[in-house]
Design a protein. Structure first.
Length: 411
């Protein structure tokens, strides 16, 4: 008797919940809004109390001064150091009016003194309030600075950095924890990518190398038919193109990752080595290579930086005019940055197609591989390596045809 197979079981539910647990009393959470409200409300209250205390003291002093009589009665007469009274020459009514004016004058002086001192006290409190507010704002916003510094470090391809923010459970700590979780996932993804690149490097190179060896062995047989010789050369060229494609893809994947070991590299020396490697091809195509190389030392990977110069010079030679073409290579330091410029004659390149040249497998007016000039990864690799070193590349069409490639790297 046949038994019916059991239905497949449902997959287990994920144990990780991306949602943060809610606290039992969310209104008691020390949020940034509540902390800033308490901080600046308390500062305003303290400043008001200080200002009222100072004004009270100044007003009390002004009242003491203003309550003093500005005149004295001496031997039945009236004398004053503040007012000019002539009691012996004034009748009683005019004398009382003069005394009243004298009292009002002293009150005005007391009020003016109170106003000037109050303004000085207000100015002093304003300076203290701004300084204290600046210090407290810096203390409150210091976690943002920590997050910013970590983000900049991560932007420089250092995915091992973490914020690990301590303090109250507010919005900033939640932002920092979320950012740390994102960096953890990104690091795992990049680690898996590096592992894949290492495995693919071996798995893809080995069969291509075996094919090349077998083809070279068969082509070395002098008794092989002509048709077989021609087929072997075609297959060998196809295999070589596949090897170049694999090398380019692997280099593109590696250059997108962080540059762990950095050493001083002179762009002038790198450009010279690239020119030496392309010189024979340039002579065969009738292209003249000119160079003006000044010392420009950067911190980076010498092999990858040499790939930048080599790809640019190769492209400048291969995509040139049929006759009387030239390529000019210059290296220098400009505004504290190392600059490599490769310009060449060649076909007219529309400005709207410049960005497409840096995309993988994209060429001028074509999108897939189908040319004997390369596999379409040269400029993509150049841009990726430049970004990994903290620099950038810009292309500009030359008047009359050709391009001007400008690579800028930090020293």
């Amino acid at each position: 008797m046949a038994t019916t197979p059991a239905p497949p079981q449902a997959p287990p539910k994920p144990t990780w919940d991306p949602r943060r647990p809610q606290p039992p009393f969310p209104w008691l959470r020390p949020t940034i809004r509540i902390r800033l409200t308490l901080l600046y409300g308390g500062m305003f209250l303290i400043a008001g109390i200080l200002l009222l205390s100072i004004i009270y003291l100044l007003a009390a002093n002004a009242l003491n001064v203003g309550s003093d009589l500005p005149f004295k009665i001496v031997s039945g007469g009236v004398s004053s150091d503040i007012c000019q009274l002539r009691s012996d020459r004034l009748p009683a009514g005019e004398l009382n009016q003069a005394l009243n004016d004298c009292v009002n004058e002293q009150r005005r002086h007391a009020l003016d003194d109170l106003l000037s001192r109050s303004l000085l006290a207000l100015l002093g409190l304003a300076v203290i309030a701004f300084a204290f507010g600046y210090a407290m704002a810096g203390r409150v916003l210091s976690p943002l600075g920590r997050i910013l510094r970590t983000a900049r470090s991560v932007a420089g391809s250092d995915l091992s950095r973490r914020i690990e923010l301590d303090g109250p459970d507010d919005e900033l700590k939640e932002l920092a924890d979320t950012f740390d979780d994102m960096l953890e996932r990104l690091q795992r993804a990049f680690t898996a990518q590096q592992r894949f690149v290492g495995n693919a490097s071996h798995e893809l190179r080995t069969p291509l190398a075996i094919n090349r060896t077998l083809l070279e062995v068969h082509l070395s047989d002098p008794h092989a038919p002509v048709e077989l010789q021609q087929l072997g050369k075609t297959l060998l060229a196809t295999n070589e193109r596949s090897e170049q494609l694999v090398e380019g893809l692997l280099l593109l994947a590696r250059s997108d990752n962080q540059i762990v070991e950095r050493k001083p590299v002179d762009l002038a020396e790198v450009a010279g080595q690239a020119i030496d490697q392309v010189l024979s091809e340039a002579k065969a195509k009738g292209v003249e290579i000119r160079s003006t190389r000044q010392k420009a030392v950067v911190q980076g990977n010498g092999v990858l930086l040499e790939r930048i110069a080599l790809n640019l010079v190769q492209n400048a030679v291969r995509y040139n005019v049929p006759a009387d073409g030239w390529v000019e290579v210059t290296t220098e330091i400009q505004h504290g940055q190392a600059v490599l410029v490769v310009s060449n004659t060649g076909p007219v390149v529309p400005a709207y197609e410049i960005d497409n040249l840096f995309e993988p497998f994209r060429r001028l007016r074509t999108e897939r591989t189908g040319s004997d000039k390369g596999v379409g990864l040269g400029l993509s690799i150049v841009r990726s390596v430049a970004r990994a070193h903290g620099g950038h590349i810009a292309a500009q069409p030359r008047e009359g045809g050709g391009l001007v490639m400008r690579v800028t790297l930090p020293v």
